[in-house]
Design a protein around this ligand. Structure first.
Ligand SMILES: Nc1nc2c(c(=O)[nH]1)N[C@H]1C(S)=C(S)[C@@H](COP(=O)(O)O)O[C@H]1N2
Ligand SMILES: [Mo]
Length: 322
């Protein structure tokens, strides 16, 4: 796929959610007073046709940007990051947005179970009431060598870990995507180990950078990008950032992910970004930023070493970069 960047999309990172839009939307919401959910969503949809879905959480966006997370490149045009996707539940091609409308995002129940004080479930809108949303600019590096830089909205994964009250023996979190082959045609392909699963250590989950995403570009996250709840682990290859999560299980056993189950010699548990360690079938030295025509060098830990590198100091004899 090739898309030429349009001039109008070349916005500096600080303007990706312009103040003006922020204030206008606030004013709009205020003017509507104690608006009915449907009316509010309708008004927002009118203001943002690309996200014209009646989403009951629409009024929570945009959230305040956390200035700690900066980029070394322009924000990827929304048009590109929402039309070039990986979401095998719907298609193995990049035009996921053509199919992902089928994803039903309400009601959406999330289970927290395994090695926790007391397992529980909660709806996405209840979860959204319990957390403080913020916006972060993050880079994303797919193992296939394309990359992007996006303004995610969400909350630290650590917030959910704290809510879950894990037992001291819990060493990992296993995360699971919805399973509904009637809704998601890709899940009818029996040779894939559905449902999509990912995992990380508790140490990684509590890292500042580990972020649960509910929004993108100052609006609820679109279906093709993993609505209503997906992960962003920017120092790891993109496949670790599991979409449309329905379950978090705390465990003392290293989870086997979807990709590891499918092809363990190519996709391992750690999957940290490293330009010096090639994929068995291609180099990881450079990347193609969506919308750009020259490739960039890939950075170790995808440029996030200052946040994450020390977590791996004690880990010896493991394939940390695949
Ligand atoms: N459930 C699920 N999560 C998933 C995937 C998937 O196919 N299914 N693809 C992964 C891959 S390979 C990448 S690169 C990112 C892509 O996220 P994006 O489409 O929002 O850019 O999602 C990850 N999460
Ligand atoms: Mo990916």
């Amino acid at each position: 796929m090739w898309v030429k960047r349009k001039r109008g999309w070349e916005i500096p990172e600080r303007e990706s959610t312009p103040e003006a839009v922020f204030h206008n939307r606030r004013a709009l919401l205020k003017a509507m007073g104690a608006m009915a959910a449907a009316g509010g969503a309708g008004a927002l949809a009118a203001a943002a046709p690309a996200f014209a879905d009646a989403d009951p959480s629409a009024g929570l966006y945009p959230a305040k940007r956390d200035p700690k997370y900066t980029l070394d490149r322009l924000v990827t045009p929304q048009k590109l990051s929402t039309t070039y996707n990986n979401f095998y539940e719907f298609t193995t091609n990049k035009d996921v947005y053509e199919y992902s409308d089928a994803l039903k995002i309400r009601p959406w129940t999330i289970s927290i179970d395994g090695m926790v004080e007391k397992p529980f479930t909660l709806g996405i809108d209840d979860l959204l009431k319990k957390v403080m949303l913020e916006e972060r600019l993050y880079r994303h590096r797919c193992v296939e060598t394309w990359s992007m830089a996006v303004p995610w909205t969400g909350f630290p994964l650590k917030t959910l870990v704290d809510m879950a009250k894990p037992l001291s023996g819990a060493k990992y979190i296993k995360m699971v995507t919805f399973m509904d082959p009637k809704m998601a045609s890709g899940q009818r392909a029996f040779f894939y180990p559905w449902p999509y699963i990912e995992g990380m250590t508790m140490f990684e989950a509590n890292n500042d950078l580990a972020f649960l995403v509910t929004g993108m570009y100052g609006k609820p996250v679109p279906k093709q990008d993993g609505a209503p709840l997906r992960l962003a682990l920017p120092w790891k290859y993109g496949f670790k950032s599991i979409k449309s999560i329905v379950k978090f299980s705390f465990t003392d056993r290293q989870p086997v992910s979807f990709w590891t189950a499918l092809q363990s010699n190519e996709y391992g548990f750690w999957a940290n970004v490293n330009p010096a360690v090639p994929h068995p079938r291609w180099s990881q030295a450079t990347e193609r930023e969506l919308g750009e025509d020259t490739r960039r060098p890939t950075l170790i830990w995808n440029g996030y070493g200052e946040y994450v590198a020390t977590m791996y100091d004690g880990i010896k004899g493991e394939q940390l970069f695949r």
